[in-house]
Design a protein around this ligand. Structure first.
Ligand code: GLC
Length: 561
């Protein structure tokens, strides 16, 4: 069985001399690339300059009132104390020290090297399930916390270990998974007698529902860029191993099939929402991560012969994907009214209602929910199907990656403000809104007792989402929204022992089956705090708008009532 191989030597790091570095590639002019197959990139700005200018969207709107420090890549000293609080004159919140302690308790070691953090350090819970594993998606906020605190080594170790795992042969029954698939999670088995450490990984073959995690590969690429931007160490991303790892992931998601859309077709449960929740098709979470990972890869791929081919494919896909998402996934008052007035059964190129969405399928709640000002990317779009639910992660990543135009980003923040009760309530942040119940819950979730209404993935509130919200707030120049949300979290999180999620319409109750000391709740809080304290941290996880990715289509119709 390949699931419990002894780990040999780590993936070797080689210094490869390159023609193009991440700093040079970061600001690709997409349309220029489409026109000119030959790459001729000039170094324009240094790493530091770029990270500052990446913040200009926020600064431009005058919202960054705490922006003083310049961005300084490289490690800081003092591993035990959070550097961020040591640096600042004001007293850190008492929760911060507790959070760091809890985060360090969750560290996982492989041959004495830290390689990740376990999902939850909850000894009170009888059922461990797979919460003792290092999940790729869960490790992202931990990694960012360590990077922001000047401790990049664990992130590098994690990137290399998961890259090594990607090389394993992956099978589910008699079916072999694509080479590029990254694991959902892995575990280190310590044998105290033989004194060996062994890695075990899960690519979906053990996971409930047997779904492969589509998001893992995307998070891996996004994290590789975050590491590179934060440390200024280009050598890791430039190794042939990392270049190959990226290309394998890209091969999986850029492959041609029968699809007519540039979005990525997915099974239910293939991301953070890893149980059946009716997100199959083209879920916003995956599309936003796909977009962000493509842009990150574009910044890191070396334009050698093979690399150039990937770069060209990425550029084409980004154009199509951003157009599709900004046009068809976007919903605001105007769009909703247009859809409400759609004609159906339109044939040929002149069709306005291209996917033949039947207006009767618009759920009642959305008419009340939609504010006059504001908007969001809906959950899913496919033939005759629009899932109007709000999903927080996809919308925040759309802002961070600039999949959302600046106007759309502002509209998402407007929506959050005007629907605060519904989307933030007493504990930030609702993973999805609204909950599905009764007959719909039975059909859509298959009667899942964990995903009952207003619980878990079905309208539950997840503290981990705080860091994504904070990043989106800073990017749009509205840090006060993040501050409000963080205050709410500070009322409860420590006292409740860092739960995984909260239940109820306003997120007032600790989740029915929520783990305590859930690592990404802890790390998400720390990252949110550190970003607010020093907004230049945003540079490692945010991408500037690419002016060449042209605006969304505007449906022509006006409000007549
Ligand atoms: C649950 C969550 C998933 C998370 C895992 C570990 O399965 O749904 O998103 O990665 O727990 O925390």
């Amino acid at each position: 069985m390949d699931g419990s191989k002894e780990m040999g030597v780590g993936v070797g790091l080689r210094n490869v001399s390159s023609h193009c570095s991440i700093s040079e590639m970061d600001d690709f002019d997409l349309s220029r690339l489409l026109d000119k197959p030959k790459l001729n990139i000039e170094r324009q700005r240094s790493f530091d300059e770029r990270s500052l200018s990446e913040l200009s969207i926020g600064l431009g709107r005058g919202g960054l009132d705490n922006f003083e420090s310049t961005y300084s890549p490289g490690g800081r000293s003092g591993f035990e104390t959070p550097a961020s609080s040591a640096r600042n004159s004001f007293e850190p919140h008492p929760m911060v020290a507790d959070a760091w302690e809890a985060l360090r308790r969750s560290l996982v070691f492989f041959r004495a090297q830290p390689v990740g953090t376990i999902a939850a350090f909850d000894h009170a819970s009888e059922e461990v399930l797979n919460y003792d594993q290092v999940f790729v998606r869960d490790f992202v906020p931990s990694a960012l916390a360590f990077l922001m605190n000047g401790e990049p080594d664990i992130v590098k170790n994690f990137l290399l270990k998961t890259l090594y795992l990607q090389g394993w042969e992956k099978r589910i029954d008699r079916f072999k998974l694509g080479e590029g698939a990254m694991p959902a999670s892995f575990k280190v088995l310590h044998d105290p007698i033989r004194k060996t450490d062994t890695l075990i990984a899960d690519f979906g073959e053990s996971a409930i529902g047997r779904v492969a995690p589509v998001d893992s590969g995307f998070w891996w690429i996004i994290l590789l860029r975050a590491y590179t931007k934060s440390t200024g160490d280009l050598t890791l991303a430039e190794t042939s191993d990392c270049q190959k790892g990226m290309k394998l992931i890209l091969t999986l998601c850029l492959s041609e099939g029968f699809d007519t859309f540039p979005t990525l077709l997915c099974a239910d449960g293939c991301s953070m929402i890893d149980r059946r929740m009716g997100v199959y098709g083209y879920p916003i979470e995956i599309q936003a991560l796909f977009f962000m990972a493509l842009r990150c890869a574009l910044a890191m791929l070396k334009p050698d012969t093979e690399g150039k081919e990937f770069i060209e494919r990425i550029v084409k896909r980004l154009h199509a994907l951003s157009y599709h998402m900004r046009s068809y996934f976007w919903l605001d008052f105007q769009q909703l009214n247009d859809i409400y007035r759609y004609k159906t059964e339109e044939y040929s190129h002149t069709a306005v209602n291209k996917f033949n969405v039947i207006p009767d399928s618009i759920p009642e709640w959305v008419f009340d929910f939609m504010p006059t000002r504001g908007g969001y990317f809906i959950g899913n779009v496919s033939p005759a199907r629009m899932d109007f639910r709000w999903f927080a992660l996809g919308n925040c990543v759309a802002i961070m990656s600039s999949l959302a135009t600046p106007e759309q980003s502002m509209a998402i923040m407007d929506l959050l403000e005007s629907r605060w009760e519904e989307l933030v309530g007493e504990m930030p942040l609702k993973i999805s809104y609204p909950a599905i119940e009764s007959h719909e819950w039975r059909i859509v979730t298959g009667c899942d007792p964990k995903n009952t209404r207003w619980s878990y993935h079905n309208g539950g509130s997840w503290p981990v989402l705080l860091w994504l919200l904070t990043a989106a707030c800073i990017k749009t120049g509205r840090p006060q929204i993040a501050r409000r949300a963080i205050e709410l979290a500070e009322n409860r999180l420590l006292k409740d022992n860092w739960p995984e999620y909260y239940d109820g319409k306003t997120g007032r109750y600790i989740g029915k089956q929520a783990r305590k000391y859930q690592t990404w709740s802890i790390a998400g809080y720390l990252v949110a705090k550190m970003m607010l304290e020093d907004p230049s941290h945003l540079g490692m996880i945010s991408l500037e708008e690419d002016k060449q990715m042209k605006p969304a289509l505007k449906r022509s119709s006006s409000w007549t009532c």
